[in-house]
Design a protein around this ligand. Structure first.
Ligand SMILES: [Mg+2]
Length: 376
């Protein structure tokens, strides 16, 4: 069966652009497809201006003189060529310039439109490498029966290599991590285009989350909640993706509390909390709350739940969340800088009638699926 064509798609608001997907391939004679996947910048092309970033859509030249020849050979060997590029600076209007550039590049390399497709991720979400959204969409669109994993590969320049004589350090290991996450063999551009390799090691951090060893302190919550007849307020303290909202939902259901958060209530947050305080409603304040100056709930029993979760684990959970829900925006590292920069460790003396419960990673039940084990 010949898959005739897939059409241009620009998925609005999903921050991903793909084209042309009219890749010819034959399931009968090629039941196990071979994929030759590439990063774009510093892998197939570099700016001819000599700048780090291209000045316009015409600012490119092949990374090596033989890039086109090697791509043509791959096409002759029945490889499907796919380009996956992160372009965070683009918008849904300017991304068309990148698309045009890729078409020009491939035309220059004499690769016809039936032999390649490309994906441009310009949102900070699960479609951005090293999250696998672009690749997952590619596989879904092509309806591939199976992939020849021993011959398929992903090639990119961001491999976490350190600086060496005359060589700059890689800006990240995102290409290497992407290859691990999609399960394809990783290759450097030097390897694919038969250039001398410099033997620098690929440096990466394998994140090994500690497994929860301590039970969740249910009793401590019961003691607080059932201790007196006064209304209760639970103030969450924790970085984004540290598990605050998950816990808030659990506590709200178990003890009949109302949840307020700036994320959900936006500009109405202060008004709603004030009204609830006047009505002596028991509630949960689900913000990051690194400092608690000015927080007063007269007549309330107050509980701070301090999510004492290491930054690395929060950021890993942050990426994992976008991997599972690709449209969920990735929280920027700036937000983490602000939270950890401001954080005042909660202390029972900072407010009257205050209890503090600390939750560490040892209390967390972490997901056991393969996406949680990905490199981010
Ligand atoms: Mg690159």
């Amino acid at each position: 069966m010949k898959i005739e064509s897939f059409f241009y798609q620009h998925i609005r608001n999903k921050h991903i652009f793909l084209f042309p997907m009219n890749v010819n391939y034959y399931c009968e004679c090629n039941p196990s497809s071979k994929l030759a996947c590439f990063d774009l910048d510093s892998t197939l092309i570099i700016p001819k201006s000599g700048h780090v970033f291209p000045v316009d859509k015409n600012d490119w030249r092949p990374l090596y003189p033989n890039v086109g020849v090697v791509l043509q050979q791959l096409v002759q060997k029945n490889y499907i060529i796919a380009i996956f590029t992160n372009q965070l600076k683009q918008t849904e209007f300017t991304v068309h310039n990148i698309a045009e550039k890729i078409r020009n590049v491939m035309e220059f390399f004499q690769i016809n439109t039936e032999s390649y497709c490309y994906f441009i991720s310009y949102g900070n979400n699960g479609y951005r490498k090293p999250m696998t959204g672009m690749y997952d969409l590619f596989i879904k669109c092509l309806q591939l029966d199976s992939i020849n994993h021993s011959l398929s590969f992903y090639c990119g320049d961001a491999a976490g290599r350190p600086a060496a004589k005359g060589l700059k350090k890689d800006h990240s290991y995102v290409d290497w991590a992407f290859a691990q996450n999609i399960g394809l063999l990783f290759k450097l551009p030097e390897e694919v285009f038969y250039q001398p390799c410099d033997n620098r090691p690929i440096n990466h951090v394998k994140f090994n989350p500690t497994i929860g060893t301590k039970p969740f302190p249910h009793k401590d919550f019961d003691v607080f909640m059932y201790g007196t007849d006064k209304p209760k307020v639970v103030i969450m303290v924790g970085a984004p993706a540290s598990g605050k909202s998950t816990l808030a939902i659990f506590l709200a259901e178990k003890y009949g509390l109302t949840i307020f958060s700036k994320d959900v209530n936006k500009t109405k947050f202060d008004k709603l909390v004030n009204e609830a305080t006047k009505a002596k409603t028991s509630m949960i304040i689900d913000n990051t709350n690194p400092v608690r100056q000015g927080i007063q709930f007269p007549g309330y029993d107050k509980l701070i739940v301090f999510h004492d979760i290491p930054r690395e684990l929060c950021m890993h959970l942050n990426s994992y969340r976008t991997q599972i829900e690709p449209l969920k925006p990735l929280i920027s590292s700036v937000v983490y800088n602000v939270y950890f920069g401001k954080l005042v460790i909660p202390d029972e003396n900072e407010m009257d009638d205050l209890t503090v419960i600390r939750l560490g990673p040892e209390h967390m039940t972490l997901p056991g699926n393969k996406e949680f084990q990905y490199f981010y």
